[in-house]
Design a protein around this ligand. Sequence first.
Ligand code: ZN
Length: 393
Amino acid sequence: MTIRDVLSDADERTNVQDADASLMRAARLHKKFEPLTIDLVPRPSPRASDVLVQVKACGIVPNVVNVLNYSLESVVSLPPLPAIFGLDAAGVVAAKGELVHGVEVGDRVYVNPIRYCGSCRYCRMGQHAGCEYSTLNGYFGMGSKALQMFQDYPYGGYAEYMTAPQYSLVKLPENVSFETAARWGYLGTAYAALRRASVDMSSTVLINGVSGTLGVGGVLFALALGVPKILGVGRDIELLERVKAIDPHRIHVHSTNSRISVAEWVRSHTDGCGADVVLDALPTGAPAEAFLAALDALGKCGRHVNCSGVLECVPINVPKYTVSSQTLIGSCWFTTAQGQEMAELAASGRVNLDVFENRGYALEDINTALAEVNERKGGFSNFVVLPDERRSK
Ligand SMILES: [Zn+2]
């Protein structure tokens, strides 16, 4: 039995919370198209193989607005209401179940939101995206049985505490802040896509949508993986220059406002060969033409990996990619193991995550944050909710 208590005064909320440690504050959606409300709900206890995480930061990814306004309802399933959303949470382990080993209370962790059954054919092969229960906790479900995962794990990161299975935890090094870790989902999506496309120290990588939230992550991890030449395509000249400034010798940028086509530009940088790898990181709703313009720049024997938000059907020139021995790859999310690899790249200094501008919001300001997320400066902005911070008066 939950206790709903919408509070308007921050002091009153503080007093209620302090008076009863069995409760926690959570931002919940009660009804479609209405603002989130701050509710006091029972603080969950971890089951045997789960941990309880005190959330220190949770990302407000640009696409969460599309999720909360139900514009993606035709392609994904959403949790039953009232629901606590919040995709990318990072925090401190506050308690653990009796079957959890190797994780201790006080550990700094990122909670990978991917949930799956663990026992189906795909899960046994480590291919969790194929699981019918496949769900992004606090966000949406991809599998036909996602509702079960929403019932098992109803706590997203827009709350003071959440439960998480032990298999979901990425241990964070000291040099990764909670705010940066709340970006792990988009960074990990880009990292996994690069790994699936087998990029290495000889690859030329074209990133379509380079200055967006996924694109900037792709640049940072392509650099970390030793890619010698990154070709970035975007619209906004100022943002493109900012991307180039990350590593002017290895990054080249091109605006789609140019009269030169993407394919022509890429060939001019690759002795006419085209890119070895195309990472498509276009935002949700981007048109098919923008996708095809980058695909056209893929060289022979190249790999195209898509983690874009293109929703419409794209006409593919089948004979061309067949005779060119090209590979088309779809890539959704990343594994906890890959999340840990990223943490280790950060710990060793191989990846530089200092480029982000963090903008933090108290939990009670979450509706303001959702309204302001479109003010971001491309992929360099990092909007986060900080559940244990109080609204400044
Ligand atoms: Zn499964």
